[in-house]
Design a protein. Structure first.
Length: 306
């Protein structure tokens, strides 16, 4: 009998007790999951098979025979099937505090420069937080581009986040996701990705920062502080004064973003930023390690409160 990999049902109607126990079904959950993705029950196989439709029949007859033709957006939970030798999920060690230099890996920032080279060089110089961003790629293209980066980040023991897309983050077991104001809400992203996942949220004004403080992501991005070099359709520039003002609205870590160059780093940190996110400042640098070292040196210098 196949093993259910994704199950969440209000009463697990029709599931044999031993099946529910073996995969950890929450029989008291309020959500209902009517679609299943099955795994071969052979202990040496974890290949995902064709999803099937759940049919509510008599107890013990819980596996539908018809192929699944469509997926509805419904709540679900990922269960640990490692005892059946399925691939185990292991995220990078999460730091106690999110701060420092945050590098966004975007192929549009400098076409022709491999993102893996940027990742390797920046990590060698001391960067510990990376985000993959590709606003134009299909899911398949993004997965193919990002998976080698995610695997390398795991080897380097640095955080690897995905911009916007919880499905992509989940597919490659990323350490987290960075959400925009029009993306999935923080609470729903947390339900999908799990409590240990790092979730960031973009903010652009006082009201969004105050709302983020209530939603409690792991950190917020705030900006653009200056005119970004990587986005033509950016939000209105907020400036240093806005960063200084919103610092009092939240105790969440704040990463300032948007056109921040080397000579502006100390001013930004002095205004209250816990970290700085960079894209084009690094992607366009002749020597990434030298550029990272210079940015980190500026961030390490004391920044007296304004």
């Amino acid at each position: 009998m196949p093993l259910a990999a994704f199950i969440d049902d209000d009463e697990a109607i029709g599931y044999p007790e031993e099946t529910c126990t073996s995969v950890g079904v929450n029989r008291k959950s309020s959500a209902t999951m009517r679609t299943l993705c099955s795994l071969d029950s052979h202990p040496d196989s974890a290949e995902i098979r064709t999803p099937t439709t759940r049919i509510h029949n008599a107890p013990g007859d819980c596996w539908g025979k018809r192929p699944l033709t469509s997926m509805r957006a419904v709540p679900w939970r990922l269960f640990n099937v490692s005892r059946y030798n399925a691939p185990t999920m292991s995220r990078s060690h999460r730091p106690r505090a999110l701060s420092g230099l945050y590098v966004i890996l975007d192929p549009a920032a400098r076409p022709g420069r491999p993102l893996i080279d940027v990742l390797n060089a920046a990590a060698r110089a001391g960067v510990t937080i990376f985000q993959y961003r590709n606003k134009t790629a299909s899911m398949k293209e993004a997965f193919g581009e990002a998976l080698p980066l995610r695997n390398r980040a795991r080897e380097l023991k640095v955080l690897f986040l995905v911009n916007d897309r919880c499905d992509l983050a989940l597919a490659m077991d990323a350490d987290g996701v960075h959400l925009g104001q029009n993306d999935l809400p923080v609470a729903q992203a947390r339900n999908i990705l799990g409590p240990q996942t790092v979730i960031g949220l973009s903010t652009h004004n006082d009201q969004q920062v105050a709302a983020a403080d209530r939603l409690q992501p792991d950190y917020i991005g705030f900006g653009p502080i200056f005119a970004p070099g990587s986005k033509a359709d950016h939000d209105p520039i907020v400036g240093i004064d806005a960063l200084r003002r919103i610092r009092s609205l939240t105790r969440l870590p704040i990463f300032a973003i948007g056109g921040i160059q080397l000579g502006q780093v100390r001013e930004v940190t002095k205004a209250g930023a816990d970290g700085i996110a960079v894209i084009s400042a690094l992607a366009s640098a002749p020597d990434i390690e030298v550029a990272v070292s210079a940015l980190l040196e500026q961030m390490r210098r004391p920044a007296w409160p304004a």
